[in-house]
Design a protein around this ligand. Structure first.
Ligand code: PLP
Length: 445
């Protein structure tokens, strides 16, 4: 298991290493070599001599709900409003003196935190977004969840929340999925999913501006609408996603900041621009960065374009991770890996030419030129919530730039976009057997 943290004399990087050493049951070196089970119940912390207890998913207690709810239809208004949670939630408390306490699965309900809690004042919150899929083979699956667990560690330590062993955290997520998945994703409704939201908050009731000494990890499961297939509100015709480029007065993230971490502090401040975009008839903000207007992300998704270079080669291009201003999306990574593996020689069945996969900074100016010169073939956003969503236009500096979007199988999409999306869907819903599909054992409760 690899957690990439720079060990330069940089304040943030060192702070993260020290947070891990002080707060967790794992040291960075240990993340690469899993401990034996006998070894997982605490160790003496070198910094202050405390013995901290590890997260131990095998100790999880379960209190079943005495008032379970019925599962609404997928098009129920409450589902569309993303207000329907399943019957249970998982919680696990951490303190700086004892480490992680016994995880518990309890009926879904309010949390109790003090008004002085760190999270309410200093945004000590991070989260993950995953989906639990009901496959066409009847199985429940998560998609590459180890990546989410590792990213959660990256996020929590970036904001001084405690560290943990990502493999134990994943086991907790799986336990809750095994409790509520069978009922909320009935076998008779294959092709559906629940949204999985692991979250960590600093619930230390102390107003001092400092690293929280108490934190709560919890997981909830939500019914979620399918957001990747859009239709015109009046005609009902299939359409692509419409993006409004961010203006000069606002950036989502900056070098040295925390754009690469999935922390709530990245999202709240973006909502005013997102609301403005919606009120002007767009779906999301396309976040640009710097004087060159580099394309970074769109809403809670990564962005890809397929274009032909002036030399005639076909490229799939997305922004790089090294500047640390974009999120290392699980879907982004998967698109890159599938395209590198399956498209270097093209795709004969679909008559698609070979595609070179490129991670590099690319700008709105380049996109505009490619559109004007007829070289831009497709563009799409990708992420867990919105999945793979073809882009039909970008509004930038008062111009609406149209991106080709033909209708394939009743969906507005480019051909490469549709192909890659189909591969991902196949893995998620068990049509293709693949190591990325992580089967949840429904009997494991
Ligand atoms: N970028 C941002 C800012 C996001 O919030 C997300 C969603 O988590 C993504 C990209 C896509 O990441 P993933 O594919 O892991 O869902």
């Amino acid at each position: 298991m690899t957690v990439s943290i720079e060990t330069t004399s940089n304040l943030t990087a060192n702070g993260i290493i020290h947070t891990l050493e002080k707060t967790a049951d794992v040291r960075i070196s240990e993340l690469d070599s899993p401990k034996s089970p006998e070894d997982t119940n605490g160790f003496t912390n070198g910094a202050n001599g405390h013995t901290l207890t590890s997260i131990d998913a095998s100790l999880t207690t379960i209190t079943h709900s005495t008032s379970p709810r019925s599962v609404p239809a997928p098009d129920d208004p409450a589902v569309l409003q993303q207000k329907t949670m399943t019957d249970h939630m998982l919680t696990c408390q951490w303190t700086s003196t004892h480490g992680w306490q016994t995880p518990t699965i309890v009926p879904y309900g309010p949390l109790s935190i003090m008004p002085s809690s760190s999270v309410l004042h200093y945004a000590t919150e991070c989260f993950e977004g995953m989906k639990l899929y009901r496959g066409y083979d009847g199985k429940l699956r998560l998609f590459r969840p180890t990546l989410n667990a590792q990213r959660m560690l990256l996020s929590s330590t970036r904001i001084a929340l405690p560290g943990f062993d990502p493999s134990e955290l994943l086991k907790l997520v799986v336990k809750l999925c095994a409790v509520d998945g069978p009922k909320w994703l009935p076998k008779e409704r294959p092709g559906q999913f629940l949204y999985v939201r692991p979250t960590m908050i600093g619930n230390d009731p102390a107003l001092g501006v400092q690293q929280p000494k108490e934190a709560l990890f919890f997981v909830i499961l939500s019914m979620f609408p399918c957001m990747d297939v859009l239709s015109h509100p009046v005609t009902g015709d299939p359409r692509g996603i419409r993006l409004l480029a961010s203006q000069e007065d606002m950036v989502r993230a900056w070098p040295g900041g925390f754009g690469y971490a999935k922390v709530g502090a990245n999202y709240g401040p973006s909502l005013v621009a997102q609301a403005e975009a919606r009120s002007r008839g767009f779906d999301q903000i396309l976040w640009l960065f710097g004087p060159q207007c580099a394309i970074t992300e769109a809403g809670a998704s990564n962005v890809f374009v397929v274009w032909r270079t002036r030399e005639g080669g076909l490229q799939l291009v997305t922004a790089p991770l090294h500047g640390k201003i974009i999120l290392d999306g699980v879907t982004r990574r998967s698109v890159l890996e599938l395209a590198r593996e399956r498209l270097p020689n093209g795709w004969e069945q679909g008559g698609l030419d070979p595609l070179e996969v490129v991670e590099r900074e690319f700008t709105m100016g380049e996109v505009e030129e490619a559109i004007n010169e007829g070289r831009l073939l497709e563009a799409f956003t990708c992420g867990t919530a919105f999945f793979v969503a073809p882009i039909e236009c970008v509004s930038w500096r008062g111009k609406e730039l149209s991106i080709p979007c033909e209708t394939v199988d009743g969906v507005c999409s480019g051909k490469y976009t549709a192909l890659i999306k189909g591969w991902l869907k196949g893995i998620m819903y068990g049509k293709e057997r693949h190591e990325w599909g992580y089967v949840v054992d429904e009997a494991d409760v």
